[in-house]
Design a protein around this ligand. Structure first.
Ligand SMILES: [Fe+2]
Ligand SMILES: [Fe+2]
Length: 277
């Protein structure tokens, strides 16, 4: 069984803010929007819909290696099976990211200066809990519990984000890099998935994610201006490394294995995929 619990040590500075005048009106208004646009994953999603696992979940074009000779040789039935495994593998990566986001934001509530930012981060904790709830419920209830382990790359990014002691590093890692990539993917899934239930879930999540990216846009410029050269270099190195980790090494080997492809076939797909990229 894959490891499902990990302990990460961290040291963080908690700012116990006891001035209550709003000092950052743009962050305060983001907080107001967050309160206004809350939704309930248990009530606002139509969980009575069933998912047709015989036809696949994502659009076929989004399956890694689609169009390669190796995958073209699969029968339509086997390709649909691969589509389901791949979709669940990809959704599992997003799910683990949502859980990591919830943890990072709970740290940010402590760490960010000013109550406007703290209030907003408190709403993001709830948002990310809801995203974790909705994606895990989809995978457990509608996809036969197919939750795949997280890839080493995503694990490395979140271990760094969660273990680091500076709030702006967490915000660059989470709200600027990880969420930008997640939003691009959710947008494709909301537009193109075969499964209408997943499309509706992704649309709901997207509405929240735009606020989260908004937090980085509003809070980072001033924080970055005040960094010393050493802190700046560390942030640049991390940013460079994190983007590299997100863009490379996300190979869904377990999904191909789940439909019985052998390692020679999987290597063919890996090569074809590289060429197509
Ligand atoms: Fe999220
Ligand atoms: Fe988010």
């Amino acid at each position: 069984m894959a490891e499902t619990m990990e302990r990460i040590s961290t040291t963080l500075e908690t700012i116990y803010q006891r001035s209550y005048e709003s000092e950052a009106p743009d962050l305060r208004s983001l907080y107001e929007k967050a309160k206004r646009d809350q939704w309930n994953a248990a009530r606002d999603i139509d969980w009575s819909q069933s998912v047709d696992l015989d036809s696949g979940i994502f659009a076929d074009e989004l399956v890694d290696g689609h169009g390669s000779e190796t995958l073209n040789r699969l029968s339509p039935k086997r390709f649909a099976e691969l589509n389901v495994e791949f979709s669940c593998w990809r959704l599992s990566q997003l799910l683990h990211g949502e859980e990591g986001a919830m943890l990072a934001c709970s740290q940010l509530v402590d760490m960010v200066p000013g109550n406007d930012a703290k209030f907003f981060q408190a709403t993001q904790v709830v948002d990310e809990a809801r995203h974790t709830e909705v994606l895990s419920r989809y995978l457990m209830e509608k996809c036969g519990g197919r939750i795949y382990p997280l890839t080493p790359n995503i694990r490395a990014i979140f271990e760094y984000i969660l273990g680091h002691g500076k709030w702006f590093v967490k915000t660059v890692g989470l709200q600027l890099i990880a969420e930008t990539f997640a939003v691009a993917l959710f947008r494709m899934l909301a537009d193109s998935s075969k499964d209408p239930l997943l499309r509706s879930i992704c649309k709901r999540i997207l509405a929240d994610e735009s606020r989260h990216m908004g937090f980085s846009v509003l809070s980072l410029p001033d924080a970055i201006k005040s960094l010393n050269p050493g802190e700046m270099r560390e942030l640049e190195d991390f940013t460079h490394e994190a983007i590299k980790l997100v863009l490379t090494g996300q190979f869904p080997r377990e999904a191909y294995e789940a439909v019985g492809m052998n390692s020679a076939e999987i290597d063919e797909v890996r090569k074809a995929r590289k060429q197509m990229a």
